[in-house]
Design a protein around this ligand. Structure first.
Ligand SMILES: [Zn+2]
Length: 197
């Protein structure tokens, strides 16, 4: 099975992205928008440039006995009612491993140890939402399963499926590739693989 690491939910190749800021956050001057949306808006007064980057996140394959945990997305989330691997965005002051442990705890109530980095994927989800996601594998070391944050139901599924309706194309590929290739991934920094207790 070949590796797939770029997933597109819409045509992002036309370079038309949302203009999210109209004023300079430093000096409040109206920003100058270049004719092509993919170019960076600029403040004509102080020179501030609106760099836009994909948002970095993590998803976690929590595995045991040839099964994986999925969560159902709550009503106020992106793709409500569909299922996904636990995960979320990395906070500014946070390393990606700590983010993985935190997101799992928030969404599942489980304490996990991160075992490996399985892949990295780019998701073009919508014009205002592009993500770069580190795919981690983890094992449960404590806690008890309780859905939380933007997840309202949790369940274990066999790696062979069948799966419920998944929110992200990437998740299905990640699970299938994990099962078919049995690749263990790249070891992680042991200092950050477990929760700080
Ligand atoms: Zn400015």
């Amino acid at each position: 099975m070949h590796a797939k690491q770029v997933f597109t939910a819409y045509d992002h190749t036309n370079g038309r992205f949302e203009k999210r800021y109209r004023y300079c956050p430093d000096c409040a001057t109206p920003l100058s928008h270049p004719p092509h949306d993919a170019q960076r808006p600029l403040c004509p007064s102080c020179g501030w440039v609106h760099y836009r980057n994909p948002a970095p996140g993590v998803v976690i394959m929590i595995t045991a006995d040839e099964r994986v945990i999925l969560g159902r997305r709550g009503r106020s989330s992106f793709a409500p009612g569909k299922w996904c691997l636990p995960g979320g965005f990395i906070e500014f002051g946070e390393d990606f491993l700590t983010a993985g442990i935190r997101e799992v705890l928030e969404e599942t109530g489980l304490i996990v140890e991160i075992r490996s980095i399985l892949s990295v994927v780019s998701n073009f989800l919508a014009a205002e939402l592009h993500t770069l996601v580190v795919v981690l594998e983890a094992k449960v070391v404590g806690g008890s399963p309780v859905p939380g944050d933007d997840i309202d139901e949790l369940a274990w599924f066999p790696l062979t499926g069948p799966f419920p309706d998944l929110a992200f194309e990437a998740d299905r590929h990640i699970i299938d590739r994990y099962r078919l290739t049995a690749l263990e991934g790249v070891p992680v920094d042991p200092q950050y693989a477990r929760p700080f207790i």
